[in-house]
Structures are given as C-alpha cells and as structure tokens.
Design a protein around this ligand. Sequence first.
Ligand code: ADP
Ligand code: MG
Length: 218
Amino acid sequence: MIQSRGLQFAYPRAEPLRFADVSVAQGGTLLLRGPSGSGKSTWLSLASGLLTPKAGEVVVGGQSVGALPAAARDAWRARHIGFLPQKLHLSEALSVAGNLDLVFFAAGLPVDRVAVTQALQTLGLEALAARRPSQLSGGQAQRVALARALLLRPGVILADEPTASLDDDACAVSLNLLLASASGLNATLVIATHDARVWQALPQASVLAFTASFRVAA
Ligand code: ADP
Ligand code: MG
C-alpha cells in the first residue's frame, strides 16, 4: 500500500514540486503520468527514500519513508522496493548472474543461489546467466533488470519509463511481464511514464497526473 499526503520536494534554486495526494491499495497499480520534466522520477525517488521530502510524507508498506534514518534507508530500500530504473545500471564487470548477486550484498544478506536461478528461469534468462550485459539485446537487458528488481520479493515495484525505448511489440511484452510479476508477488506496481501506449494498456490503473510547470521569465 502506498499513501502520500501533501508531498513536496525542491531541488536547490528551483521552484518546489508539489505532488497531488495518492492512495493505492496493496497489489494495485499506479501510473505516474505526465510529460518529461514534470516530476515523475522525483516522486519515485521520494517513494524509495533516495530523496527526502521538503514537506508532507509518502508512506510505503506502512513506513513513512522520509522518517527513516539515513543509515537505515539503503537496507529498507533493498528489502522492500524493487526498482526498475530508466537507465538499467547493470555492471559490465559482472555476468548476468553476478549482477543479481549484487542485490543480496546491497541488502546485507547472504547470496541465495537458488533464488537467483529461479529468478532467471522465471524470466526465461537461464541461458544468458554467464553473459555480460553488453552481450544482451535491449529487451533482454531489461528482463535482467526486472529479475534483479524482483529477487527479494518486494512489496512494491517502481518502474521508471520502462517502455521508453521499446517498439510496440516489446512494449506489450514488457508491460505484461511487469504486471504478471507484480501480481505474482501481490506487489503494488508504480509505473512512471509519458508513453500513451502504457495508459491505453492499463485503463483500470490509478493515475497520478503530473503537469509540466513552465515558468515565464520576468
Ligand atoms: P520527469 O521524470 O517527469 O521527467 P523529473 O522528476 O526528472 O521529471 O524532474 C522534475 C524537475 O526537476 C525538472 O524540472 C528537472 O529538470 C528537475 N530536476 C531533476 N533532477 C534534478 C537534479 N538532480 N537537480 C536539479 N533539478 C533536477
Ligand atoms: Mg523521469
């Protein structure tokens, strides 16, 4: 479950971003919908504790994220949030399987080989386990990043522009995988997107609408 109230954030020397309140039940789907630069990625960073609100709060799975002490945030994020970033940030120094191992290190947990193998199997990636990220297609790399996001069975999945660089077929595949993955975990799924194909494919989802704030020079 995700709830926000009076949430605001301000980058240095910029007008504050003010976010509308939202409430999504556990297992629900929320679309952060709006043009580039309207604050969608910032909202995801607030919900995952990478940024601290200037005002208001966002409560994720019962935890007011901004209230977490700095030292506890990384572990909380690693254990509760599955993040599919826009830039995938797979390490070229490691194999596909090694990239999944990193999840356990980040959470301060022993590597669970069985879970890694299962995650790769679920997404049809077992044959690619030994490859480096640069030896994957874009769609395969995204599936690896999704496997990484799902590995610790998070209660919340945050996806930032997951379809931005995909053609129509790959877009449908990627969305279906995200929805099936969230549903398999009863995770709340948040998708930030300016892609109209996503809104059309998910007519039942809750929507948090973002509007671009253009400031006219005085
Ligand atoms: P979106 O994801 O909807 O494209 P963002 O959340 O990335 O929007 O950005 C919202 C606004 O905040 C934009 O005006 C952007 O230029 C600004 N912004 C984003 N990141 C930073 C940053 N690290 N420092 C300063 N301004 C930023
Ligand atoms: Mg963004």
